[in-house]
Design a protein around this ligand. Structure first.
Ligand SMILES: Nc1ncnc2c1ncn2[C@@H]1O[C@H](COP(=O)(O)OP(=O)(O)O)[C@@H](O)[C@H]1O
Ligand SMILES: Cc1ncc(COP(=O)(O)O)c(N)n1
Ligand SMILES: [Mg+2]
Length: 517
C-alpha cells in the first residue's frame, strides 16, 4: 500500500511509518459494526488501527441482546496505554455509553493531542436498540461536539441532537447540518442511509461555508449493518493518510458503496440486517483462481506497454511481443492496440492473458473495457478523455485493476476519489508514441507523485539512458517506469527488457537506502 512508504532515517536504519487510527467504541459480537467494523475498515484502507473498548455488546443480525459497559477506569487506562506510547494520528469515536467516558476522552485528548477527531455519535443501532441513552445528549452537545473535526450522525442521531427535529428531506438534512455545525464541530456529515423517500443514498456534508450533496446509488441489500461505523473509520483512515476532509468523506462514501455492492448477496445470520464484507479487495480473481494475488504497487516496477505499429514494423505478433517482455522481466503488461479489429484484438488478448497468468503478472487492456471484460483481463488503463473511472469501476466490479493517466495533482486526486488503483504520469520526456502529448518533465512528475494517494508509474520517452534519472527522484508513490519504444521498437524485446530490469533493480537499491521525499 502506498501509505506505508514514508521512509525515515534514524541512526542509519530505515523505519516504516504507517498511518494510525485509534477507535474508541463498543464491541459487536456479530462483528458487523463497532470495533470489529473499525478494524476491518482500517485494514482495508491500509491503516493501522488500535482499539479502546467502551462496552461489550451481544449482537447479531436480529438486534442487540445485551450491553455490558466497561468501567471508566478501564477506558481511561486503555486510552492512556495507546495514546502515551503509539503515536496515534486520528481518533475515531463510536459508542460512548456514559457521561464520564466522554469526559475521560476529553481529558485524554487534552493531554495527548492528535491530528483529528472523528465523532460518530452512536446512539441507536439500525435495529432500533439504544446504545447510549438520552441523558448523554447534553454531554455530547457541550463536550464532545466542540472537540470534533467532523461529526457523522445518521438521521435519528441528528434529530436527537437537535431536540427531536423532524428530518425527512434532503433540505431538512441541510438545515440539520447547519444547526449541528453551530454546536462546534468543524465539519458535519449528515448521513441519509435511512432517508425514506430517496432512491439514491444521499449524504449532506457541510464545512461551515459550503454544502455538498454526496450521492451514490442505493444498493438493494439487507447487509447494511455497520455502514455508519465503517464510514467514520474510513474517513479517519483517509485523514490519517493526510487527505483533506472533503476528499476523505468522498472516498469513504465510495468505499461503503463498493463494499455493499460487492456484498449484496452475502447471507450471514437469519435476522433482517446482515453484515457486509469490508475486505472484498482481497478476493481479486479468486473465483477464476487464475491470479490469486491482489494488485501490489510494486507490480508497476517495469511496466511494458505494447504498440501495434511497432509490432508491425518488426514483424511480431502481439503475443510474441508480450511473451518476450514477460520473459525479460516485465512486472505488468498493458496491451495498447489503437487500430486492431475487435475480434482479432480479443483473440490476441486471450493469448496474452495466458502468458501473463503463467508468470503471475497482471495484464491490462488500454481503453477497451469491452475487451477486458470479454477476456477477463486483470484490469484496464484509461486516459482522461476515455470512459470515467467511476463508470469503469461499476462495470468491472471492485476487484479489477484500474489505472488512469494523470498530468496534474488535481487529476491524481480525482483518480483516487473515483476508485482507481494506480496512476500513470507523463509524458516525462518528449515522445513520438503519442501525438499532441504535453511533456510534464521530471518536475511535473514529482509534483503529481507528492500529491498522489495512489501508486504512480512514470511514462513517456523513458529508456535505458534516462530511466535512472526518473527513479533517482526518490519521490514517494513512484513505483516504476512504463515503457513502449525502449522495449518494442528494438530488435530483441527480451534483451532490452532484461537490461532495463537490471538497471531499475540497481537504481532501486541505491534509492532505497536514501531518504524518500
Ligand atoms: N443501501 C445503501 N446503499 C448505498 N449506500 C448506503 C446504503 N445504506 C447506507 N448507505 C450509506 O452508508 C453510509 C452510512 O449511512 P447510514 O446507514 O445512514 O448511517 P448509520 O449506519 O450510522 O445509520 C452513508 O454514506 C449512507 O449514504
Ligand atoms: C457496538 C456498536 N457500535 C455501533 C453500532 C451502530 O451500527 P451502525 O454502523 O449500523 O450505525 C452498533 N450496532 N454496535
Ligand atoms: Mg447504517
Amino acid at each position: 500500500m502506498p501509505e506505508e512508504k514514508t521512509l525515515t532515517i534514524t541512526n542509519g536504519s530505515t523505519v516504516k511509518k504507517i498511518p494510525h487510527v485509534l477507535t474508541v467504541a463498543g464491541s459487536d459480537s456479530g462483528a458487523g459494526a463497532g470495533i470489529q467494523a473499525d478494524l476491518k475498515a482500517c485494514a482495508a484502507r491500509g491503516v493501522y488501527c488500535s482499539t479502546v473498548i467502551t462496552a461489550v455488546t451481544a449482537q447479531n443480525t436480529l438486534g442487540v441482546q445485551d450491553v455490558s459497559v466497561l468501567s471508566e477506569e478501564s477506558v481511561a487506562a486503555q486510552l492512556k496505554s495507546v495514546l502515551s506510547d503509539m503515536r496515534v494520528d486520528v481518533v475515531k469515536t463510536g459508542m460512548l455509553p456514559s457521561i464520564a467516558m466522554v469526559k475521560i476522552l476529553h481529558d485524554s485528548l487534552k493531554q495527548f493531542p492528535v491530528q483529528a477527531l472523528v465523532v460518530d455519535p452512536v446512539m441507536v443501532s439500525t435495529s432500533g436498540d439504544v446504545l447510549a441513552g438520552p441523558s448523554i445528549l447534553d454531554t455530547f452537545r457541550h463536550i464532545l461536539l466542540p472537540m470534533a473535526d467532523i461529526l457523522t450522525p445518521n438521521l435519528k442521531e441528528a434529530s436527537a441532537l437537535l431536540g427531536g427535529l423532524r428530518l425527512e428531506t434532503v433540505s431538512d438534512m441541510r438545515t440539520a447540518a447547519k444547526s449541528l455545525h453551530d454546536m462546534g464541530p468543524r465539519n458535519v456529515l449528515v448521513k441519509g442511509g435511512d432517508l425514506p423517500s430517496s432512491s439514491d443514498a444521499v449524504d449532506i456534508f457541510f464545512n461551515g461555508t459550503d454544502f455538498y450533496e454526496l450521492r451514490s446509488s442505493r444498493i438493494k441489500t439487507r447487509n447494511t449493518h455497520g455502514t455508519g461505523c465503517t464510514m467514520a473509520s474510513c474517513i479517519a483512515a483517509e485523514l490519517a493518510k493526510g487527505s483533506s476532509m472533503l476528499s476523505a468523506v468522498k472516498v469513504a462514501k465510495q468505499y461503503v458503496e463498493t463494499a455493499l455492492e460487492y456484498s449484496k448477496s452475502l447471507n450471514i445470520g437469519n435476522g433482517p440486517q446482515g453484515p457486509f464484507d469490508h475486505l472484498f479487495k482481497l478476493k481479486r480473481n479468486v473465483v477464476n483462481s487464475s491470479r490469486l494475488q491482489p494488485f501490489e504497487p510494486s507490480d508497476l516496477f517495469l511496466y511494458a506497454v505494447t504498440d501495434s505499429g511497432m509490432n508491425k514494423r518488426w514483424g511480431r505478433s502481439i503475443t510474441d511481443a508480450v511473451k518476450a517482455a514477460v520473459e525479460g522481466g516485465a512486472t505488468i503488461v498493458q496491451i495498447r492496440e489503437k487500430d486492431a479489429e475487435t475480434g482479432e484484438f480479443l483473440e490476441a488478448a486471450k493469448a496474452c492473458l495466458e502468458i501473463c497468468r503463467a508468470h503471475s503478472i497482471p495484464l491490462l487492456i488500454n481503453d477497451r473495457i469491452d475487451i477486458a471484460m470479454a477476456c477477463d483481463a486483470d484490469g484496464v488503463h484509461v486516459g482522461q478523455s476515455d470512459m470515467p473511472v467511476k463508470t469503469v469501476r461499476s462495470l468491472l466490479g471492485p476487484t479489477k485493476i484500474i489505472g488512469v493517466s494523470c498530468k496534474t495533482p488535481e487529476h491524481a486526486l480525482k483518480a483516487w476519489e473515483d476508485g482507481a488503483d494506480y496512476i500513470g504520469s507523463g509524458g516525462v520526456f518528449p515522445t513520438n508514441t503519442k501525438a499532441n502529448n504535453r511533456t510534464i518533465g521530471l518536475d511535473g512528475l514529482k509534483e503529481v507523485c507528492l500529491a498522489s494517494k495512489l501508486p504512480v508509474v512514470a511514462i513517456g520517452g523513458i529508456n535505458l539512458s534516462n530511466a535512472k534519472s526518473v527513479m533517482e527522484l526518490g519521490v514517494v508513490n513512484l513505483e516504476g517506469v512504463a515503457v513502449v519504444s525502449a522495449l518494442f521498437d528494438r530488435e530483441s524485446v527480451e534483451e532490452e527488457t532484461k537490461k532495463l530490469h537490471a538497471l531499475l533493480t540497481e537504481t532501486a537499491a541505491n534509492v532505497g537506502s536514501a531518504q524518500l521525499v
